[in-house]
Design a protein around this ligand. Structure first.
Ligand code: UGA
Length: 427
C-alpha cells in the first residue's frame, strides 16, 4: 500500500520504518526542513535500536516536507505528531488540528486517515470535522483511531510483534483497509469505536504507571519493615492475574508518556464528571519516590552541602538516550538544590542531558570517573554495563563507600562484602 506518515518524531519514524519492513511504500513528511534533509542523508535524529538499519538505504521509504503531495499519492495517511502537555494537564492538539486541515485541503480521492498520536476521547471526530470543513473536492474519507503501544528501546519489535492491534472505526471500508494493512502481523485485533480506542491508550498507560507506583509504595513499606521488595514482587508476579512485568521498583517512572498521559486521563475523567483520585495518587507517589532517593543519599552523607555525588545513568530507562521526565534529571536537580555537586556518566544520554542541565554538572567519560572522589555513588538507570563494574576499584576512589542503588540492579551481598554501605529500594 502507499502510505503517508505525517510526523518524523519518535512514533512517526518507527511507524514509517516498520511499515516499509511490512512491504508498504512510505513517504514520511514533516514541516521541519532541517530534520527532513538530515533524514534524506541517512542521519537519524533519535537513538532507537534497529531503526538505522531499516531507514538507511531503504528504497521504500522517502522523506519530504510536502504534506499535500504525500497525501495525494497515498491510500492511507498516518497522523503521528506530538500532543505535549499544554501545562494544565490537557494535551495540546494544535499539531493534530493543523495536519487535519492540510489533509482536508489536499485530498483528491478516498483516503483512510489513521490517528496514532495519543489524543483525548473525541479527537477522531474532531479530525473528521476539520477535514470535512476543508474538503474542497468533497472526497469521501474515514478517520480511524489506531493508538501506538511502542516502548522506547524495543519499539521496532513492539510494532512488528505487538501484544494487540486496536482499531477504532465504525466504517466497514476503513476496517477492510486496516485489515489489509496489518495482514502480515500476527496479533489479536480489537475492533471498536473511535472513542473506546482513544481511551484504551490512556487507560493502558495510566494502569501501567499505577502498577509501578504501587510497587514503589510497597518498597517504602519494605524499607521500614525489613521486608525485601524484590521477593515481594516475585511472590506477587507469579499470580497470573497480577503478572511479573512492571513490578520493578525504582526511582519513580519517567519518560515522555506516563506523566503526560496520566495527567491527561485525570482531565478526561474531570470532563465526564469523575474525580480520578486513584490516578492522581499514582502521580503523587511517583514524586515522593524521587524524593525518597534523594533522602537516602542525604541520610548517608548527613548533609548534602558541599558534597559530591557520582551519578550512573541519566536516561529515563536503559536502551534510550531520552531524558524526558527522567527521574535522574529531577533527582539531580534536588541534589543540587540541597547544595551537592554532581558528576554523571551515561553511555548515550549525556548529549541530551547537557541541553537540560546546562553546565551545572560534570560529565564523566566513564563510570569510574563519575565515582572518583565522590562522597556517594547513585545508580539511576540500570544500564547493563553498570552491573559488571570493578566495584573494588570504585570503592577505592570514592571518599565514602556509600552506594545508593535506585534500580536494585547491583549485587547487594557482593558490595557489602567489599565494604560498601549499600542502600537499595525496599531491600
Ligand atoms: C510507555 C509504555 O510502556 C508503552 O506501552 C507506550 O506505548 C509508551 O509509553 C507511549 O505511550 O508511547 P516508554 O515510555 O517507552 O513506554 O517506557 P516504559 O518502558 O514503559 O518505562 C516507563 C518508566 O517506567 C521508565 O522510567 C522505567 O524505568 C520505569 N519502569 C518500568 C520501572 O521503574 N519498573 C518497571 O518494572 C518497568
Amino acid at each position: 500500500m502507499n502510505i503517508c506518515v505525517v510526523g518524523a518524531g519518535y512514533v512517526g519514524l518507527v511507524t514509517a520504518a516498520c511499515l516499509t519492513k511490512m512491504g508498504h511504500i512510505v513517504v514520511c513528511v514533516d514541516k521541519d526542513e532541517g530534520k527532513i534533509s538530515a533524514l534524506s542523508n541517512g542521519e537519524i535524529p533519535i537513538y532507537e535500536p534497529g531503526l538505522d538499519d531499516i531507514i538507511k538505504a531503504n528504497k521504500k521509504l522517502t522523506f519530504s516536507t510536502d504534506i499535500a503531495d504525500g497525501v495525494r499519492k497515498s491510500d492511507l495517511i498516518f497522523i503521528c505528531v506530538s500532543t505535549p502537555n499544554r501545562g494544565d494537564g490537557e494535551p495540546d492538539l494544535s499539531d493534530v488540528k493543523e495536519v487535519a486541515k492540510k489533509i482536508g485541503q489536499a485530498i483528491d480521492s478516498y483516503k483512510t486517515i489513521v490517528n496514532k498520536s495519543t489524543v483525548p476521547i473525541g479527537t477522531a471526530k474532531l479530525v473528521e470535522k476539520i477535514i470535512e470543513e476543508n474538503n474542497a473536492s468533497s472526497c469521501s474519507f474515514d478517520v480511524v483511531s489506531n493508538p501506538e503501544f511502542l516502548r522506547e528501546g524495543s519499539a521496532i519489535d513492539n510494532f512488528l510483534r505487538p501484544d494487540r492491534i486496536v482499531i477504532g472505526t465504525s466504517s466497514e471500508k476503513a476496517l477492510q483497509v486496516m485489515t489489509k494493512l496489518y495482514k502480515s502481523i500476527d496479533a489479536p485485533v480489537i475492533v471498536t469505536n473511535q472513542e473506546s480506542s482513544e481511551l484504551i491508550k490512556y487507560a493502558s498507560n495510566a494502569f501501567l504507571a499505577t502498577k509501578l507506583s504501587f510497587i514503589n509504595a510497597i518498597s517504602q513499606i519494605c524499607d521500614k519493615a525489613g521486608a525485601n521488595v524484590d521477593d515481594a514482587a516475585k511472590g506477587m508476579g507469579l499470580d497470573k492475574r497480577i503478572g511479573s512485568e512492571f513490578l520493578k521498583p525504582g526511582p519513580g517512572w519517567g519518560g515522555s508518556c506516563f506523566l503526560k498521559d496520566t495527567l491527561a486521563l485525570v482531565k478526561i475523567a474531570e470532563k465526564y464528571g469523575y474525580d480520578f483520585a486513584l490516578v492522581k495518587e499514582t502521580v503523587r507517589i511517583n514524586e515522593k519516590q524521587q524524593k525518597l532517593i534523594v533522602s537516602k543519599v542525604e541520610k548517608n552523607l548527613k548533609d548534602l552541602k558541599g558534597k559530591r555525588v557520582g551519578i550512573l545513568g541519566l536516561s529515563f530507562k536503559p536502551g534510550t538516550d531520552d531524558i524526558r521526565e527522567s527521574p535522574a534529571v529531577n533527582i539531580i536537580k534536588q541534589l543540587q538544590a540541597g547544595g551537592a555537586k554532581v558528576s554523571a556518566y551515561d553511555p548515550v544520554a549525556q548529549k541530551k542531558a547537557e541541553k537540560v542541565l546546562d553546565g551545572s554538572i560534570d560529565y564523566a567519560t566513564s563510570p569510574y570517573k563519575a565515582a572518583a572522589q565522590a562522597d556517594a555513588l547513585l545508580v539511576l538507570t540500570e544500564w547493563d554495563e553498570f552491573t559488571n563494574l570493578d566495584f573494588g576499584k570504585i570503592k577505592n576512589s570514592l571518599k565514602n563507600p556509600v552506594i545508593v542503588d535506585a534500580r536494585n540492579c547491583l549485587n547487594k551481598e557482593h558490595l557489602e562484602r567489599l565494604g560498601f554501605i549499600y542502600e537499595g529500594v525496599g531491600k
